[in-house]
Design a binder for this molecule. Sequence first.
Ligand SMILES: N[C@@H](CCC(=O)N[C@@H](CS)C(=O)NCC(=O)O)C(=O)O
Length: 236
Amino acid sequence: MHSELQLFEVVDGLTRKKSFSPMVWRAKLALNHKGASYKTIPVTFLDIPVLIPKVCPNVTAPTVPTLKIADGEGLQDSMAIAEYVEKNYPKGPSIFGTTPCERNLQLFFDSYVSTRLHPAIQRLVYIEMHEDQDADNAAYFKFSREKGGKTLKELGGDQAQNLKELKENLGLIHSALLRSGGWITGEQPGWADFTLISAFIWFNSFSPQKFEEGILNAMDDQVLRSYWLKAQQLIV
Ligand SMILES: N[C@@H](CCC(=O)N[C@@H](CS)C(=O)NCC(=O)O)C(=O)O
């Protein structure tokens, strides 16, 4: 059963090589952590609603990540995928920790990353995400994001303010890393780390310069840079 796992991941429309979605990366880091063997299926934004239901007909409102877990059966949602590998690959280190307390704190951290870092990162990369698409995917991206009436530039807002917000919200993460001296979850990385690293991958994929300024150089020490360097071993 395990050998047929297929992970749909969204890639940029220009090179079709850059896997950038933070939610896909959460799933990939969880699969890798458990040593699960899987194949990645790169798709562009426009491929998502066409290709995923073809392979996984049970997925009616497709998004990435989707993991094909059996013939015709897809599992949607990064958290559901992580839960699936945690349960089906009992060997190796745990993703969520071994006690309800560890799990709960990691989910709290997940919420912190999703609500305190993602919005500012999203505003910082709207333009670059659009620029890195081919014409059709660029038109889709612009149309879908501008539905609410604001242009991509307006959605991006004040870039200096976004960087300021990011820095403020990184403070607690920086303190946690300083205390742990390693991963957020201690000696082994876990779900909390996967959420943080995935947000960093997304940001760095579209704007290495703003990532350098907004994350790596946000604090006066090397804590975040060392963490990012350490995370490279997981990004495969
Ligand atoms: N909660 C879901 C989020 C899934 C989701 O929204 N994925 C985005 C990419 S990060 C997507 O598929 N977007 C398709 C689109 O924008 O057309 C998860 O964690 O997997």
